[in-house]
Design a protein around this ligand. Sequence first.
Ligand code: DC
Length: 226
Amino acid sequence: MTEVQQAPVITVDGPSGSGKGTISQILATKLGYHLLDSGALYRLTALSVIKNDIPLDDIAAIEEAALNLDVVFKPSSDGSEQTVLLNSEDVGVQLRLDDTSAMASKVAVIPEVRTALLTRQRKFRQKPGLVADGRDMGTVVFTDAKHKVFLTASPEIRADRRYKQLTEKGVNASIPHLLKSIIERDERDRTRTVAPLVPAEGALVVDSSELTIDEVVQQIIDFINN
Ligand code: DC
C-alpha cells in the first residue's frame, strides 16, 4: 500500500437534499480533512455534455467528456465554500441548475462514466484524510473506509431545502417542480443497476428530517470517536 492509499476516509452517502453536502463540508473543516464532492464530478460531466450538445446515446463521447474534464476546485480560505472552474469558467451556479441535475442523474447511470470518474475520485484520498460525499462512496469508491455514513431525509424536506438553496443563489424555482424531480431522480438513483443508492454495510444511517445540522454533525463525530 502506498502512503496516499492509507489516508483515512469518511464516506457520506445519501440522496441530494439530505444535507450531506453541508454536513461533509463541516466535517472536513472540523477534522482538517480534504473534501470530495463527487456529485460535482457527475454534474460537471453533465454540463460538458450539455455545452457540447452530445447526444445521450453517444456513450463514447460522454465517456471522453468524463475522462477529460478540465476542472479546478478552489476552496475558500476558511474552507466553507469552493469555487468550481470548468475550462477556467466559474460554473458554480450552472452546476446547480435543474437541467444540470436532471442530466447528471442520466449520465450517472452510464457504467463507462462511473468507471471514468473512479480514478479521479480516488486521487482525492490524501493525508491527513478525506471526507467523501456522494452516492457510492462507501459501497464502490472507498469500500475500505473505516467510517461510513448514510444520510437521508423526506422528499418534502429535501425539496424545501433545495428551494432555499436555489433562491438564495438568485435561481428561480418552484417547490412542486423540485419535489417531482427529486422523486424521479431518487427512483433512477435507487433502481439503477450500477452503484445503486443504498447504505453501505455497517454504515451509520441518519435521518436528518427532524435534526439540526449541529445534531447530525454530532451524531457522526460520536460515531467516529467510538
Ligand atoms: O449529490 P448531487 O445531487 O450533486 O449528485 C448529482 C447526480 O450525480 C445525482 O443524480 C446522483 C449522481 N451521483 C452519483 O451517481 N454518484 C455519486 N457518487 C455522486 C453523485
